[in-house]
Write a protein that binds this ligand. Structure first.
Ligand SMILES: Cc1cc2nc3c(=O)[nH]c(=O)nc-3n(C[C@H](O)[C@H](O)[C@H](O)COP(=O)(O)OP(=O)(O)OC[C@H]3O[C@@H](n4cnc5c(N)ncnc54)[C@H](O)[C@@H]3O)c2cc1C
Length: 528
């Protein structure tokens, strides 16, 4: 069963290793477990539904609470401190495109707003109903999960858009294919959600971002059905398919998505390399990409992230490895690179050799598969740490951007520093660190994680978080970064969008929304 106020399956846990707790206490100060508001308190806050009955709509308080919030920091605070104060009036579970059309009509007749809901894994406030006079219908696609067509000649698979990562891969694997889209939220996030948020999987360097994977599909909009034909490429003017990418539920409900699939790879492995410094590591990364070595993933942690990753792994060999690395010159400034090679056995061997050789040029120490394998094993498990850390009194949040290589090095120092500076004004400590992942020939995404202490007062906690988030957002924009490389805009990033798109760009986006949704019934308050 899915947790109602945290991440993931209630039966899965990621205990915090005791040395990691000691470390966090030393770095952040005394930790007090936060209050954990019981579910009954939140259920009792659910107000009476304002929508008329519909055979596909669930009006129960349980369904309305469990679809009220996603995974943003604000969402967690509201859920854990018993402060959720807006709920959908009903949650509908369509099974077909026709059901979706019927539900849009029902919502229109009732004067309701509609929030398309995939897996609810948004971390920036995409699926939250705002308090409004109009009723809200959350439209969950959880029953729309079928593989509708597999064109093996063209390697195109058409799915209903509510299919979540594991189910999608299972259906493809049964036929010998993979999509290869593995966001860290893979366990719950859905194909429609990936398209609507312009998601990026951990191996996007090899498989492509969702923009490259999404070939076409169908959306049910308030003005009717929009078909986006899957063509390999087109010069037929601006691309309507592109408008659906990142539309965040504002234009309609994506009901079907056709994606570009590949054969299941013959071989794949994850490797570790230590660099003596961030400068050497990031230069190596850039060369790997610019020399077009066919890796499938590159992820370089800065020194603090390297330290914390090793401590949180809880592995018994970490202490020994630490001492060994220090004696050969990989001390406090060392950085860990995890890279993956995916493909045919022949390509696999050659790429591994070439990457290891290039890393050596920059002082890299190739350490084989042990670290890489641990990372791979935990890749979808590590979000569970958010639950266990919270229970011990530590909040964890992330933010991300992408910038040209010329700015990457400075920005990846300045962003965590902005977080630390913001928190020091509150006389509080925070552990803020970054990694580079999702690399491109012209730049990279800088992904920053920050850990800080919970407080008894949720307003104080949110004030601190707001300051950190705001200063980091201004900093990344100062360096020319995008407000989001993969998480999207939602409510949290909407105030920063005009600086990125400009007045004319914002007008154009508003016009597109009006064109598909003249009455503004689709997911208001998000994106724009
Ligand atoms: C632990 C964790 C790790 C994460 N890691 C990554 C990562 O590695 N890469 C990454 O890209 N993101 C990541 N995310 C963010 C999140 O998982 C993505 O934004 C994901 O694409 C959201 O998919 P979803 O199905 O959960 O959508 P939801 O959260 O349900 O919805 C997100 C938005 O998409 C809209 N939407 C959803 N389905 C449809 C549809 N069928 N039609 C129209 N609109 C729709 C919603 O209205 C909403 O605006 C992570 C989140 C968490 C909690």
């Amino acid at each position: 069963m899915k947790r109602w106020n945290g991440w993931g399956n209630a039966d899965t846990d990621y205990p915090v290793p005791p040395p990691a707790l000691d470390y966090l206490t030393k770095r952040l100060g005394h930790l007090d477990p936060a209050p954990d508001s019981p579910k009954e308190t939140s259920l009792s806050a659910v107000t009476e539904s304002r929508l008329p009955a519909h055979p596909l709509a669930d009006m129960s308080v349980e369904a309305r609470l469990t679809h009220a919030r996603g995974q943003s920091m604000r969402d967690w605070v509201e859920l854990r401190y018993g402060r959720v104060d807006s709920f959908p009036d009903a949650v509908a579970f369509p099974e077909t495109d026709e059901d979706v059309r019927g539900l849009l009509k029902y919502a229109r007749n009732a004067g309701a707003r509609v929030i398309p809901y995939g897996g609810g894994t948004s971390v920036v406030g995409h699926i939250n109903p705002s308090k409004s006079d109009a009723p809200v219908l959350t439209l969950s696609l959880e029953k729309m999960t079928r593989l509708l067509d597999l064109d093996e000649t063209s390697r195109l698979a058409t799915f209903q858009a509510g299919v979540a990562g594991p189910d999608l891969e299972k259906q493809l694997k049964a036929r010998g294919y993979t999509l290869g889209h593995f966001p860290q939220s893979f366990e719950y996030s859905t194909l429609g959600g990936w398209v609507a948020t312009r998601s990026s999987g951990q191996q996007s360097y090899h498989y492509g971002r969702i923009e490259q994977l999404f070939a076409g599909g169908i959306a049910e909009t308030p003005r009717g059905r929009l078909e986006m034909k899957p063509v390999p490429a087109s010069a037929a003017g601006p691309d309507v398919r592109e408008m659906m990418l990142g539309s965040e539920g504002r234009l309609g409900v994506i009901t079907q998505a056709t994606v570009r699939v590949r054969s299941v790879p013959e071989a794949e492995a994850f490797f570790g390399v230590f660099f003596p410094s961030w400068e050497q590591g990031s230069d190596a990364l850039r060369e790997i990409v610019q020399n077009e070595l066919p890796v499938s993933m590159l992820r370089l942690s800065n020194p603090l992230e390297t330290e914390i990753t090793l401590i949180l792994s809880g592995k018994s060999w970490v202490g020994l490895a630490d001492r060994g690395l220090r004696t050969i010159g990989y001390g406090n400034t060392r950085c860990l690179l995890v890279f993956a090679v995916t493909g045919s056995t022949r390509l696999f061997k050659r790429t591994r050799r070439e990457v290891a050789a290039l890393c050596r040029k920059f002082g890299g120490l190739f350490v084989g598969t042990a670290v890489g394998h641990t990372w791979e094993k935990n890749r979808f498990l590590s979000p569970y740490l958010r639950n266990t850390l919270w229970e011990r009194g530590v909040a964890i949040d992330t933010l991300e951007t992408a910038l040209p290589w010329a700015q990457v090095r400075e920005a990846s120092r300045a962003i965590p520093q902005a977080i630390v500076d913001a928190m020091s004004k509150h006389n509080e400590k925070v552990l803020a660190f970054s990694h580079l992942s999702h690399v491109y020939r012209d730049g990279a995404s800088v992904y920053t994680t920050f850990l800080f202490r919970l407080t008894a007062d949720p307003d104080e906690l949110l004030a601190r978080w707001n300051d950190m988030k705001h200063h980091a957002s201004l900093t990344l924009q100062k360096y020319g970064g995008t407000i989001s490389h993969q998480h999207g805009v939602g409510m949290d990033h909407a105030p920063y969008l005009p600086a990125e798109k400009g007045a004319l760009g914002m007008d154009a986006l508003r016009a597109v929304c009006r064109s598909f949704d003249p009455d503004g019934m689709m997911n208001p308050g998000k994106l724009l």
